[in-house]
Design a protein around this ligand. Sequence first.
Ligand code: FAD
Ligand code: DLZ
Length: 518
Amino acid sequence: MVTLIPVLGDQLSPGLASLSGRPADAIVLMVEVIDEARYVRHHKKKIALLFSAMRHFADELRAAGWTVDYVKLDEAGNTGSFTGEVARAVERHGATAIRVVEAGEWRVQAMIDGWAAATGAIVEVRPDDRFLCSKVDFAEWAGARKRLIMEDFYREMRKRTGLLMSFGKPVGSRWNFDADNRKTPPRGLNYPAPPTFEPDAITREVLDLVGTHFAGHFGDLEPFGFAVTRAQALTALDYFVAVALPTFGDYQDAIVEGQAFLYHALLSPYINSGLLTAREVVDAAAAAYAEGDVPINAAEGFIRQIIGWREYIRGIYFWAGPDYKKSNALSATRDLPAFYWTGDTDLRCIAQSVDQVRREAYNHHIQRLMILGNFAMLIGVEPAQIEEWYLVVYADAYEWVELPNVHGMSQFADGGLLGSKPYAGGGAYIDRMSDHCGRCRYNVKLKTGPYACPFNALYWDFLARHRDQLKDNSRLWRMYDGWERLGAERQAATRASAAAFLDSLPTAAREWAVDAGG
Ligand code: FAD
Ligand code: DLZ
């Protein structure tokens, strides 16, 4: 009896549940399919990263004794879809059973759920145990609560994993050291250059393929320096722990021009595709703390991002169900401005963030949340349009992690399931956290008029527009109090300034996002 084991592009882990307890006649199936590369038009670097990592992983499985059937994108007969390729492989190998790990997103899980009918084989779907909190455990945690507060979930996860715990208590006597983090970086700080990896023959072949087939997609393909093997990803992890982690917390929220990465980990594309596991990443940070190599604020801050935020976000995605994305709590309907694709705007913070993501397929958290996401929410972009943009541009974007972060945390489109208030900020916040404003053609100190930073009037306009919905939120009382104190005349000037800016906005060249067959 032949068992087919499909391994998806974000399942590149040797310890994957479907690869344990090897059946006698097992064939691993890996497929490059056009549907996955084009359901949104992913950044070229992301496609190259995944195809190269998939090809390297297939070779590693073969070296470990597995029979691997690998279908390349341009192979004759490739149907272009997961289901088409699984059906062809069942036929080719005479397989009677399929064993697969559950998909990371609803869209692909629906395909897997149709495989038994499509192929006639018996399908076994195994839970993805690379996450530290199972869907069942998350549902149990969430079901017992009125509000799903990340900090509560995180503390539970600390207890459950034993990370940074001593005799049932958090080490350092505090759960959260954020108060010691988020400093303003001094000028001229020497930031570590993250490791990059020279493309080998496999990656070069993939770069040629992506350059040919996806030329119309957003983003620069080269220079390409992502890790594409587990060994390289482990090198990136070692480097992060040794060099950047000690200062990780200190400047976590800062934005510095010309410094895309600061002390961030740059590990999300590797964890999300499976080259690294969440557990080994947090164990490495905890070990560095135990050795006295990193301070507690750094170790705790980083571990919270992974066992707190990352697990919580994944929990919410599956707990909230496939219809989560349909809500639009702020009734936002505006088209995405074209400069999210081109970077062609005088708003320096946005132009710089877009330029960076075009080159690197990366922005750090605060750029994603407080510049790009904040602006889209303030101007009222339709959630589905901005969500699609995030899914396209980042190398680490998969719907399970992109959607709650964008729909919930950044756009408040879920009405507060995930965040207790909208993450809205004016120019003063961006000025405090970044060095953009001093170089911008807009003046961050001005509140209204054509020279004023648009974030200022847009911020108040956003609060005024959604007053009925948000005014009773206790975390916004101070803001609404400030709005009232402006008085009728300044309120009118502020709203007129916002309206003039909104009228001037160019809308998106949709062909970047929607597959036009390019
Ligand atoms: P670091 O800042 O060094 O953090 C360390 C690790 O913590 C990350 O590698 C990541 O695995 C984890 N992490 C931290 N915050 C989050 C979070 N909110 N959700 C999930 N994991 C987290 N992350 C993605 O992996 N994919 C996405 O598509 C994605 N979209 C986002 C969209 C928005 C609007 C926002 C606000 C955040 C998004 N994030 C996403 C979370 C976060 O911005 C990225 O994980 C982080 O920037 C990745 O870079 P890094 O590895 O240098 O992270
Ligand atoms: C993102 C992506 C891309 C671009 N291409 C492929 C592919 O050709 N084959 C594959 O197995 N996976 C790919 N992926 C990742 C899948 O989209 C991912 O596995 C699903 O989103 C399920 O989470």
